[in-house]
Ligand binder design. Structure first.
Ligand code: CP3
Length: 362
């Protein structure tokens, strides 16, 4: 009876949280919706004129560190595109910076982390930050964004996943083959694991703090995990992912999207790792992906971002195809399979969101 009462009150609590909103949150919980919600990874970014205007005055990291600018830019796609969720304007690498590494974004090069970590000594020098204090500017940006949104759409907070963050910590920059990451994984497994443990602890505290600040959903980006063999994913990554999902204070109340890029060959393992919604890229048909992860989780995706360079008729054909593959099953959130490319024509992005809304109306 006690058990029943507590699960009933949990249910009512969650319903209460959910019911004041929001197509997107309802879809995350696989509830019935009037149409498919849509938002886009990197929806705030360089393809957008309004973003460029702010960016001309400030560096990218200045924008991340200034809550007023971060909130302003977070709202741009809500107003311009009419997406069903906002995502905090920040970067996955600010967490690594708070762990003690020096971070720079170099024009035309991307992120650079100084003194990459390639041994146990390096791991020992990193610290697990206290997000509320050390990343206070992120928490401020969340609070301010929630105020400015005034309940129009929910706000998604996010973190990089441990493997993706570790790859930057070890390589010191973006990579294609992850030579140093895999070298450390295969030849110093203890040091690699200690690094993953430390990053995992940092991610857990960071995500919990974001929820306390007002994030209404979370996405974990495992952008580069697709470079791994399935066995290596299972052995070196999956246990850390499970610890994250088990350690989120708001599990069951704040939905978590687990985006694992290029992981189609081991999607079942991604599902075992956790998440209320699994985000997939375009390299697998959406129906096959959903069947493989099972219908007890939602699915997010999965238009090829480069399809937005095609004529409108071709975009529409592909949108219809994805919506068909999702069927009328509750739990689909429309998104791209990765971030909006910076050269994408802005009007195509506007058209895409309109199309999804129109074509998915039940
Ligand atoms: O999605 C959003 O609109 C929210 C903001 C957001 C950014 N980065 C803004 C950004 C999010 C969620 C991220 C996450 C992020 N950052 C990831 C995971 C998602 C993914 O794309 O796989 C990764 C791997 C990073 C690291 C990163 N940040 C790289 C590799 C780059 C350079 C990319 C490039 O095209 O030059 C960034 C920079 C970055 N992050 C920009 C933006 C808007 C461009 C910065 C600029 O204005 O110069």
């Amino acid at each position: 009876m006690e058990n029943f009462k507590s699960s009933l009150s949990n249910f009512l609590l969650r319903r209460h949280v959910v019911s004041e909103d929001h197509l997107f949150l309802r879809a995350c919980w696989r509830e019935d919706v009037e149409r498919t919600p849509v938002w886009l990874m990197r929806q705030a970014g360089r393809y957008m004129q309004a973003y460029q205007e702010v960016r001309a005055q400030h560096s990218f990291l200045e924008m991340c560190r200034n809550p007023r600018l971060a909130a302003q830019v977070t709202l741009q796609p809500v107003e311009r595109l009419g997406v069903d969720a906002a995502i905090l304007f920040s970067d996955i690498l600010v967490l690594v910076e708070a762990m003690g590494m020096r971070l720079e974004f170099q024009e035309g090069f991307g992120p650079r982390l100084h003194k990459p970590v390639r041994s146990m000594d390096g791991v020992d020098r990193l610290r697990v930050p206290e997000a509320e204090k050390d990343l206070a500017y992120v928490m401020e940006a969340i609070k301010l964004t929630r105020e400015k949104l005034r309940g129009r759409v929910p706000l998604i907070g996010f973190s990089g996943a441990p493997f993706t963050l570790a790859s930057y910590v070890i390589e010191g920059q973006s990579s294609r083959i992850f030579r140093f990451t895999k070298e450390m994984m295969f030849s110093q497994p203890e040091a690699f694991n200690a690094l993953m443990e430390k990053i995992t602890s940092a991610v857990i505290d960071y995500l919990n703090a974001q929820v306390r600040a007002g994030a209404q959903a979370l996405q974990i980006f495992d952008s580069w995990v697709g470079c791994l063999a399935p066995d290596d994913y299972e052995r070196y990554v999956l246990p850390h992912m499970q610890r994250i999902f088990a350690s989120l204070d708001a599990r069951g109340e704040v939905p978590v999207i687990h985006f694992a890029n290029q992981a189609a060959t081991f999607l079942e393992k991604v599902r075992v790792a956790g998440g209320d919604v699994i985000g997939v890229d375009w390299r697998i048909p959406l129906d096959e992906a959903w069947r493989r992860v099972g219908y007890e989780v939602g699915i997010q995706g999965n238009l090829d971002p480069l399809a937005l360079f095609a004529p409108l008729e071709e975009i529409e054909r592909r949108v219809r195809d994805i919506l068909d593959k999702a069927g009328s099953r509750p739990g689909h959130i429309f998104n791209l399979g990765h971030g909006v490319h910076k050269d994408t024509p802005e009007e195509k992005v506007v058209a895409l969101v309109k199309m999804v809304k129109k074509l998915s109306a039940r």
